[in-house]
Design a protein around this ligand. Structure first.
Ligand code: NAD
Length: 356
């Protein structure tokens, strides 16, 4: 029997509820495919601030580095909103990404046929569905650049800076080309090269690398146009590669056209494939503790872990097809129900487990 050690970062808000759902699904799929998982919880975010006085304790970083893979819920909430920048729960996300060297963020945005009616776009636009893989750079750019306050032309001003090295662009672009090669062989590189110097280096580097991937069709798109094209004609996209901030924003937009932000999983990967898997949504404090959150994004994140971290393709596909079945049979959590009868977080998890 294969055994994998999984670090659990439940975090805040709905984090504990949705992570527990994914753990139950992993245990069930493990039984079916003869895989044993051991789960070790570590504190992160507000929960860690409350107990240890800091959002990312060293024990959490050490525990994650010693795990075969890590599953994260979400962090943050109003209780910690007024803390200084370095002490905020969200700081832990950047810290754990940097500590684990997670420079790649894979964010699939796919329209499940059963959710066509939940998609806010016109039926004729999503007639052919869409299946997009957003490859977002995760450890560089403006989220990690120099920042601060200084005296400016109009008095005190705040600033953040975006910097990208050729190396950082090339390594994320390579992941994107490899991903496109295994899918529809079409790569859209999104930047703001008409304004930003970092984007001009981004574009040049992507084009140089394209010579190594003659089988992949590559095109550039400005980020403002991309935001528009995602709602105008999402099926034109196969793989998207973009910077940290553009990827953050565009993937939230892409999530909403799948029906709900509660549907989208993500994988954050380093060179050695040790990864961290998490839903793309936040801690949803407005619905925390009510047993109404949609657990599917976290359950699908666990499916991505099985595929990318452990190469357990059958077990991974079994989860994805169980989710598909549950949705096709009409079961919906409140975020997808649009006023019709909704089932709870625990009931949705039970239904998925029954269909594995
Ligand atoms: P959010 O994603 O938490 O919530 C946005 C809206 O979507 C809310 O109405 C929420 O109820 C709903 N929602 C989100 N996930 C859902 C789910 N699984 N099922 C049903 N509905 C769901 O974003 P926000 O409200 O802007 O942020 C709340 C907190 O989360 C903030 O503290 C923010 O900093 C933090 N945050 C954390 C992460 C992370 O941990 N990766 C990401 C984004 C935001």
């Amino acid at each position: 029997m294969k055994t994998y050690k999984i670090g659990l970062l439940r975090g805040d808000g709905i984090g504990p509820e949705i992570v527990d759902s994914a753990v139950r699904v992993l245990q069930a799929v493990g039984k079916k495919y003869n895989i044993e998982f051991t789960f070790t919880p570590y504190l992160i975010g507000g929960a860690a601030i409350d107990v240890c006085g800091e959002p990312l304790p060293k024990a959490t970083v050490d525990g994650c580095l010693a795990s075969d893979s890590v599953l994260l819920g979400a962090v943050g909430g109003p209780k910690w909103d007024n803390l200084a920048g370095d002490m905020r729960p969200e700081k832990a996300l950047l810290g754990i990404r940097a500590a684990m060297g997670l420079f790649t963020n894979l964010r699939p945005a796919k329209l499940y046929p059963a959710l066509k009616d939940e998609c806010p776009l016109r039926a004729d636009i999503v007639e052919n569905g869409f299946d997009i893989m957003i490859v977002r750079e995760l450890t560089g750019g403006i989220y990690f650049g120099e920042r601060g306050y200084r005296e400016g032309k109009y008095g005190q001003e705040a600033y953040d800076t975006e910097a990208y090295s050729k190396m950082e662009i090339e390594r994320i672009a390579r992941v994107a080309f490899e991903t496109a090669r295994k899918r529809g062989k079409k790569l859209t590189s999104i930047d703001k090269a008409n304004v930003l110097e970092t984007s001009r280096l981004w574009r040049k580097t992507v084009h140089e690398l394209a010579a190594e991937y003659p089988d992949v069709e590559v095109c550039d798109m400005l980020v403002d146009n991309a935001a528009m094209q995602l709602v105008r004609n999402p099926s034109q996209f196969d793989v998207i590669v973009t910077s940290n901030m553009f990827g953050d924003i565009l993937s939230d937009e892409a999530s909403q056209i799948t029906g709900s932000i509660g549907m989208l999983p993500s994988a954050s990967l380093s060179d050695n494939k040790r990864g961290l898997y998490e839903p793309i949504h936040g801690s949803a404090p407005d619905i925390a503790g009510k047993n109404v959150a949609n657990p599917i994004a976290t359950i699908l994140s666990a499916a991505m872990m099985l595929l990318y971290a452990f190469d357990e393709k059958d077990a991974s596909e079994s989860i994805v097809s169980a989710v598909d079945k549950v949705l096709s049979e009409g079961y919906r959590t409140a975020d997808l129900a649009r006023g019709t009868a909704a089932i709870s977080t625990v009931e949705m998890t039970d239904k998925i487990i029954e269909r594995l």
